[in-house]
Design a protein around this ligand. Structure first.
Ligand SMILES: Cc1cc2nc3c(=O)[nH]c(=O)nc-3n(C[C@H](O)[C@H](O)[C@H](O)COP(=O)(O)OP(=O)(O)OC[C@H]3O[C@@H](n4cnc5c(N)ncnc54)[C@H](O)[C@@H]3O)c2cc1C
Length: 418
C-alpha cells in the first residue's frame, strides 16, 4: 500500500488546501470545541448520524445547510459531488483524490460534503441504475441542494435482516400503492424525497420480491412521527404509509430487482472515505482541552495518569483507523472489492468513536454529568456529555458491530456459519 502522495496527488492536495485557505468563510470553519460532538454522533463516519446531530442543534456543519455562495464555489469545481462523473455535474475524482479532498476539508474544519444522502447515496445509485428521465429530474436538484432525501429501508422487524421487510407496494394502473411502516428514518421530518424499498412479490424468495422506489414525500397518506432519543433530540422517525401512490416511473431499476439496487446504495453509504481524519481531529481537540485546562478542577488529567495514557491510546488508534481506511481506498483503486476489510474499518472506527467518548468523560469526571451548555459547570459547553450519549448509535447504524464481526469471521477468516 502506498502511503505518500504521487506528484499529481500532492499538486491536487495543494490546490484543495489553497482553495480552502482563500475561500472558506471563517464562520463556516468548525471551532475545535464543535468538533467533538459532530464526530461522535457520526458526522465524519456515517451519513445517518449527522442528521441527528443537526436535529440536536449542535454546531456541526452540513453542506446542505451552508450558504449559497459557498455552495456555488464548490459547484464551479464539481466539488459538491466529487465522486460523480463530470457529465452529471460532479468532479469525476479518483478515489484517492476524493480521500485527499475529504482529508483537507476535515483538516480545515469545512462543512462535510459526504453527509448529504442525495449526494452520497441516492445520486450515485441513480447514475448507475436510474433512467435518463430520473437522472434529469433528480440529479440537478440534488446538486442545487433543493432535494433533501431520507432513507426508508429499516422496519420494526427488519434491520440487520433487511431482506425480510414487509412494507408492500401493489401495482394499480400507472402507479404502485404503498402500505406499511418504516422506522429509524433519519431526517424524515425535513425531507422532501425518500428512497425506499418495498415488497412487490410476497411469493418470491425474500431477496427477489423487493423494488426500489423514489417517493415524493409530499404524497398524501404519509405520516411522520418523531422518535425522541436519550439526548433529547428527535432526529429519527417512524414513517407510516397508508395507500400512498407512487408512479411506476419512479421505480429504480427493474421491479422485483430492487434488492440489488438497494445494496449498491448501502455500499455507497458505508464507504466512508476520509472519515478517519475527523476522528484524529476529535482526539487532538481533547488533547488541546486537557492541556489548556491542566490546572482546572474540571479536568482529571492532573490527578489521574490513566486518563493521560488513554488519550495517547486514542491518538494511536485514530492513526490505525486512518490506515484501515487507506487500505480500503487502495484496494478499490486497484479494482478490488473490499469486503471483510470494509467491515473491519467500520467496526474499528465506530467502536473507537465510543472509546473516545468514554475517555472524554473520564477526563472531566463528575462534570461530565452536566448537560446545560451555558452552565459554568459544563466543560466545553457540555460537548463531552452530549457526544457520549450520541455516540451510542454509531455501532448500530449502517450495520451493527455483531453483523460486521460475522462478516469478518465468515468471509475474512473463512470460519463456518454455525
Ligand atoms: C444513528 C442511526 C441512524 C439510522 N438511520 C436510518 C435511516 O435513515 N434509514 C433506515 O432505513 N434505517 C436507519 N437506521 C436503522 C439501522 O439501519 C438499524 O438499526 C440497523 O440496521 C440494525 O437493525 P435493527 O435496529 O432492526 O436491529 P436488529 O437487526 O433487530 O438487531 C438487534 C440485535 O441483534 C443483533 N443481531 C441481529 N442479527 C444478528 C446475527 N445474524 N448475528 C448476530 N447478532 C445479530 C444485532 O447486532 C443487534 O445487537 C439508523 C440507525 C441508527 C442507530
Amino acid at each position: 500500500m502506498r502511503l505518500s502522495d504521487t506528484v499529481e496527488e500532492a499538486r491536487f492536495r495543494a490546490e484543495v488546501r489553497e482553495f480552502l485557505q482563500n475561500e472558506l468563510p471563517a464562520e463556516l470553519r468548525r471551532k475545535p470545541s464543535e468538533i467533538l460532538q459532530g464526530e461522535l454522533s457520526g458526522g465524519g463516519i456515517e451519513a445517518r448520524g449527522r442528521l441527528e446531530a443537526r436535529a440536536g442543534g449542535v454546531g456541526f456543519q452540513l453542506l446542505s445547510g451552508a450558504p449559497a455562495e459557498w455552495r456555488r464555489k464548490l459547484t464551479e469545481r464539481g466539488w459538491v459531488a466529487p465522486s460523480w462523473p463530470k457529465e452529471y455535474g460532479g468532479a469525476g475524482l479518483t478515489l484517492v483524490e476524493q480521500l485527499i479532498l475529504n482529508e483537507e476539508f476535515a483538516e480545515a474544519g469545512a462543512p462535510q460534503m459526504t453527509g448529504d444522502m442525495g449526494i452520497s447515496m441516492v445520486g450515485p445509485t441513480l447514475i448507475l441504475y436510474g433512467s435518463e428521465e430520473q437522472r434529469a429530474e433528480h440529479l440537478p436538484k440534488i446538486l442545487r441542494g433543493e432535494a433533501l432525501w431520507c432513507q426508508g429501508f429499516s422496519e420494526p422487524g427488519s434491520g440487520s435482516d433487511l431482506a425480510s421487510l414487509q412494507t408492500r407496494a401493489v401495482r394499480d394502473g400507472d402507479d404502485f400503492v404503498i402500505n406499511g411502516q418504516k422506522i429509524w428514518t433519519s431526517n424524515a421530518q425535513n425531507a422532501n424525497w425518500m428512497f425506499m424499498l418495498a415488497r412487490t412479490d410476497s411469493e418470491a424468495p425474500k431477496h427477489r420480491g423487493i423494488t426500489y422506489f423514489l417517493l415524493d414525500f409530499s404524497s398524501p397518506g404519509i405520516t411522520v412521527q418523531p422518535l425522541v432519543q436519550m439526548s433529547g433530540a428527535a432526529g429519527f422517525n417512524q414513517v407510516f404509509f397508508d395507500n400512498v401512490r407512487v408512479p411506476a416511473k419512479n421505480v429504480v431499476g427493474e421491479v422485483n430487482r430492487g434488492w440489488y439496487v438497494g445494496t449498491t446504495t448501502l455500499d455507497f453509504e458505508r464507504s466512508g472515505i476520509g472519515s478517519a481524519v475527523g476522528v484524529r481531529k476529535t482526539v487532538e481537540s481533547l488533547i488541546r482541552w486537557a492541556k489548556e485546562h491542566a490546572e482546572s478542577d474540571q479536568s482529571t488529567t492532573a490527578r489521574n495518569p490513566l486518563v493521560r495514557y488513554e488519550l495517547v491510546d486514542r491518538y494511536i488508534e485514530a492513526t490505525v483507523a486512518r490506515m484501515l481506511s487507506y487500505r480500503i481506498v487502495d484496494m478499490q483503486s486497484r479494482g478490488m472489492i473490499p469486503n471483510a476489510e470494509a467491515s473491519i474499518a467500520k467496526l474499528f472506527s465506530t467502536e473507537l468513536t465510543q472509546r473516545i467518548a468514554r475517555t472524554a468523560m473520564k477526563m472531566v469526571g463528575l462534570y461530565g454529568l452536566a448537560w446545560d451548555r451555558e452552565s459554568s459547570y459544563s466543560p466545553s459547553r457540555a460537548e463531552y456529555s452530549r457526544g457520549y450519549v450520541n455516540s451510542v448509535g454509531q455501532t448500530i447504524a449502517g450495520g451493527t458491530s455483531e453483523i460486521q464481526r460475522n462478516i469478518i469471521a465468515q468471509r475474512g477468516l473463512g470460519m463456518p456459519r454455525d
